[in-house]
Design a protein around this ligand. Structure first.
Ligand code: PEP
Ligand code: MG
Length: 758
């Protein structure tokens, strides 16, 4: 059974469209379970009826024609109850409802299981048999298992199916809407550029070509280069391999022959597909055919076909220079996995919006997008992004939606939102030189989080009073190797000089998790619980020392540097870091530099750190709460995983409690406490943190004016009353609702999200 399950899931996940998916499912299950009928009913959203979408065993003509509501028949009952129903003789059941023209009157035994994806019943999977018998427990368990596994594939095929029916020649049509997770607020209207990962056959964007001859020539050149590579390897190994092993190279060369794969690719190009797309289609379909074969030797050939495809693709991509990302005006960049490094490669002037299939609202790519002020949607797991290159879209970063080929009416409605956005921004700009002060006179220093070069000027323009977090890993990411001490010193000096005498908090290298350096790969099963932040740098004192030395040298003659340590879990990590800092100081002084010991602080982002504040107080000068990580570790929710994005809630009572406790404990030791997680950038969150007693809030420059405007609209007394109310509530959704209501009553709701078109 397990083998059958594996095979079905594998085949189904590579089927080209939803009908093929359903057809495969019913055929394989009917045969695998040795039953007479297998059918799938899927919910048709507009009519709210379960339509027979595929069947093996029932009358084919009934497919697509017969349907049931959720109050009709046993199928309706399975859907309504969202649990399996197993009957020896369905006809005798009170809910039985004969579906005319299907021929089902001949079948008595019935087993139906719901197909559920993300709590929604998508449909019902049914098996039937003529003789009266109850399907046994193992059969029921098998059907439940397969249904659970296929639900995601069916949901994906349904969503992507709608769009693939539109031809390449992009006709205007209804607004195809895709849902994701809000990454950075704002709206963008523009054209898509897909950034495909290199040499990935499954991620090639679909494009038409007008220059068939050139595409064929490109393909032939790439092919010739792969043939030459194979011949070279074959010649090099000639003496070491047996004759039959050597023959394998001949097989590869034959596979690339004009009569084989190459011929198929050229035929596809002639039909108007570009070379990379034609190659991807031919390789995928051939590999799929091999993978289906029963003979293990032939099945293995699927791997060879894909490997050859990857090699040809790599040369094709190299030739078209796809490492450079070229954007049109108002370009909307769509990537399988948006990384901070990709953001460093694009020109920000033309970039209007960003979409990532993977990742979530607190992934570092989203954090950087917010800081750049680029509307972004993350976690669009059902987006058929390969088909979107060149298409017109509306990106709504407030609701996390993307509309493909939008109608003129929708474009106009969103243009109106864009206009309102501009008005709000212009109004906020008038606050740039004013302090963040409540109406009863409490001052709240607003700092910024930086990392990108553009952050500094934007922050100063908006009246930032210091840098609460400089993410030093960002400049490390856009390089090919570790920057030297001198290079680092220059980069850090720019930040310190721009803000002097205001404080600049530099965090030591915080790599790992979702922040990878291309030249220092860390491969782990569980990266957020792995080798991250201070754990990496203490294991590599040579990297740590160079960085500290660069920071200290950059601070010469300025004196506004503060050093902050990320991912601290235990006091010994602080002691070790302090020792290395002292060593760097002595060495530099011996070398003649005039360097002084800066303030040192730790980030409170691991729950264990919360319970050691008094011990840290003896060792450092300040603490800063990293609420992004603290939330993920406290709630056990991966900040990068879109599947659990709904569980990542900053207004969770436990998160609020911990934040309040930290502020109170820090006060006891007169330890300065700030916060640099994204919660400080949320106008409502900022009010609560101010009332808790945080000494400074650090956020992205984009949101700083919004937070300032919010603080200037309330009194500290009001903020404390609100906090008191919130702390007595026990449900995150209710807290969120109260915060939304409060912002509305303060006349500030447009700061969070404008009214959006439906
Ligand atoms: C945090 O964890 O809250 C934080 C500020 O650091 P980062 O988002 O870079 O992990
Ligand atoms: Mg962190």
């Amino acid at each position: 059974m397990l083998e059958l399950l594996r095979k079905i899931v594998q085949e189904v996940s590579t089927a080209p469209d939803v009908d093929a998916v359903l057809g495969l499912i019913v055929r394989r299950i009917q045969r695998g379970m040795k039953t007479e009928v297998c059918s799938v009913f899927l919910l048709d959203a507009p009519s709210q009826r379960f339509v027979l979408r595929a069947s093996q065993g029932l009358n084919r003509k009934a497919v697509g024609r017969v349907s049931l509501s959720s109050s009709e028949g046993i199928v309706g009952m399975v859907a309504k109850r969202a649990e399996p129903i197993n009957l020896e003789d369905a006809e005798t059941h009170p809910a039985f409802y004969l579906l005319k023209d299907t021929g089902e009157e001949r079948f008595h035994a019935f087993l139906g299981v719901p197909i559920i994806h993300q709590k929604q019943v998508l449909g019902v999977l049914v098996v039937q048999q003529q003789n009266c018998r109850r399907y046994d427990e193992a059969e029921e368990a098998f059907l439940v298992t397969i249904s659970a596994q296929l639900a995601g594939v069916i949901a994906h095929a349904q969503v992507t199916g709608a769009i693939s029916k539109i031809a390449w020649k992009h006709q205007k049509s209804i607004d195809h809407r895709f849902e994701g997770i809000p990454g950075a607020p704002g709206v963008a209207i523009g054209r898509v550029v897909v950034v495909a990962p290199l040499a990935d056959i499954d991620a090639v964007p679909e494009k038409a070509t007008d220059d068939i001859a050139q595409e064929i020539a490109r393909f032939e050149t790439a092919l010739e280069r792969v043939r030459a590579d194979i011949r070279k390897v074959s010649a090099r190994l000639a003496k070491r391999l047996r004759h039959d092993e050597q023959a394998l190279f001949e097989v590869y060369l034959r596979m690339l022959d004009d009569n084989a794969l190459a011929g198929e690719v050229v035929a596809q190009i002639k039909q108007g597909n570009w070379a990379q797309g034609a190659l991807s289609a031919v390789i995928t379909s051939n590999a799929r055919q091999f993978a289906r074969m029963d003979d293990p030797y032939l099945r293995e050939r699927a791997t060879d076909v894909r490997d050859l495809g990857r090699r040809v693709l790599a040369y094709l991509q190299e030739e078209s220079g796809s490492k450079r990302i070229e954007l049109p005006e108002n370009g909307i960049l769509v990537a399988d996995e948006l990384s901070p490094a990709v953001l460093g490669e694009v020109s920000a002037e033309k970039l209007a919006g960003l979409v990532s299939v993977l990742g979530s609202g607190n992934s570092h790519a989203a954090i950087l997008a917010r800081s750049m002020g680029i509307p972004t949607v993350m976690g669009m797991v059902d987006l058929p992004y390969r088909q979107l290159d060149g298409r017109e879209v509306i990106l709504d970063g407030y609701s996390g939606r993307l509309y493909v080929d939008p109608s003129e009416e929708l474009i106009q409605a969103y243009r109106e939102v864009l206009r309102e956005q501009e008005e709000v921004a212009a109004e906020l700009a008038t606050l740039n030189d004013l302090p963040a002060k409540t109406i009863d006179g409490s001052r709240m220093p607003l700092w910024v989080n930086t990392g990108l070069i553009a952050d500094v000027s934007r922050s100063l323009e908006r009246g930032a009073e210091g840098i609460g977090l400089y993410r030093t890993e960002i400049p490390f990411m856009v390089r090919d190797f570790f920057p030297s001490e001198y290079e680092q010193m220059q980069i850090y000096r720019r930040q310190l000089e721009a803000f002097a005498p205001l404080p600049v908090t530099m965090r030591t290298l915080d790599i790992g998790g979702d922040k990878a350096l291309p030249y220092f790969p860390i491969k782990e099963e569980n990266p957020f619980l792995g080798w991250r932040g201070i754990r990496v740098t203490l294991d590599h004192p040579e990297i740590f020392l160079v960085q500290i030395r660069a920071m200290l040298r950059a601070n010469e003659g300025l004196g506004n540097l503060r050093i902050m340590l990320p991912m601290i879990t235990s006091v010994n990590e602080v002691d070790e870091a302090n020792n290395l800092l002292d060593r760097a100081l002595i060495e530099l002084q011996e070398e003649g530099y005039v360097v002084a010991r800066p303030s040192v602080g730790v980030m409170i982002e691991v729950p264990a750190a919360v319970y050691q504040l008094r011990r840290f107080a003896k060792r450092v000068d300040f603490i800063s709460v990293g609420s992004n990580d603290l939330t993920q570790y406290l709630l056990a929710v991966d900040r990068n995983n879109p599947r659990v994005a709904g569980l990542y809630v900053p207004y969770h009572p436990a998160v609020l409690k911990v934040l309040e406790d930290i502020a109170r404990e820090a006060r006891k030791d007169k330890l300065q406490v700030s916060i640099c997680g994204e919660m400080a950038a949320d106008p409502g969150g900022a009010l609560l943190l101010m009332a808790m007693g945080y000494d400074a809030l650090s956020m992205n420059a984009t949101n700083l004016p919004r937070v300032k405007s919010t603080i200037r609209s309330v009194s500290m007394v009001q903020a404390k009353v609100l906090l008191d109310k919130v702390m007595r509530m026990d449900d995150a959704d209710k807290i969120q609702a109260l915060m939304t209501e409060t912002m509305k009553s303060l006349g500030l709701s447009q700061l969070s999200s404008p009214v959006l078109p439906e």
